[in-house]
Design a protein. Structure first.
Length: 268
């Protein structure tokens, strides 16, 4: 054991010999006496077969697609001309595919002017049931690349009035009235003909429901056509709304946002 005497820089050190247990080393001890260290061989990680990596990538991509489509946004195909010219759907052409986001309606209900996708109630679908989750997801993915038809139980229309409001048609200028006031609807399509709509009786929209109509007003099967057993039954439940149509994503030449012009306030 070493001791320093009186803190003097010129004093010497005394070194004790190693103890019997070998816990101390003498000044003559050499590290050359240490045994050579043993090195373990690192095992080389075996590379996964390509097909397994591909399967993992595909599974993750499918899972992300399902999660995003369920909770965030989803692409829908428009096979009907009922929303032309806002949305393009026709026989023998490339139908619009639109991005429908689901976040907005977590915080508020649909408003007049919103273009929405919704699940058709039984009186809209003729009793046809929507496919189950897995089948519906696969069908939607297939329809996006034209490998299958859309489900046929989802619809896209514009909100005209909400619960508690009255709707009727028409005034002397052929305009729809909500709560007695004519709507401003610059998006309407009459195919180049006179701005004339089919009249329908005054309807009070039930609470929790929406009155929806197509922009191609005389070529749209909407709330006016599905009033069974009463005209008010043509309104659709808010709970059936899937989301708000935001953007046309296909075809590329029609990229752009979808107007939510409020007809009750003149877009304000």
């Amino acid at each position: 054991m070493s001791h320093r005497v009186n803190g003097d820089s010129s004093s010497t050190w005394e070194t004790t010999p190693p103890s019997e247990e070998g816990t101390a080393r003498s000044s003559s001890y050499s590290y050359d006496d240490e045994p050579a260290p043993r090195f373990s061989k690192k095992k080389t990680k075996k590379k996964q077969p390509f097909w397994k990596e591909l399967l993992v990538i595909f599974s993750v991509a499918l899972l992300l697609t399902v999660v995003i489509q369920t909770f965030v946004a989803r692409v829908f195909v428009i096979p009907s001309a009922s929303m032309e010219t806002t949305l393009h759907g026709c026989t023998g052409c490339v139908n619009d595919k639109v991005l429908v986001e689901k976040i907005t309606y977590l915080f508020r209900d649909p408003q007049p002017g919103d273009v929405i996708v919704f699940r058709g109630p039984p009186n809209w679908t003729g009793g046809k049931q929507p496919p189950n989750f897995v089948a519906g997801t696969l069908q939607d993915l297939g329809s996006m690349v034209n490998l299958s038809e859309p489900s046929g139980t989802d619809f896209i229309k514009r909100v005209i009035a909400v619960g508690g409001q009255t709707v009727e048609c028409c005034d002397d200028q052929g305009r729809v009235l909500v709560d007695g006031k004519p709507l401003d609807e610059p998006y309407l399509n009459f195919g180049g003909g006179p701005r004339q709509q089919d009249s329908f009786e005054k309807v009070t929209v039930p609470a929790g429901k929406l009155w929806v109509m197509g922009d191609n007003r005389n070529n749209s099967s909407d709330s006016r056509k599905h009033g069974d057993p009463t005209p008010a039954d043509g309104a659709i439940p808010i709970d059936n709304v899937v989301g708000k149509a935001r953007v046309i994503v296909i075809p590329v030449g029609r990229w752009g946002s979808i107007s939510d012009f409020n007809p009750q306030t003149g877009g304000k």
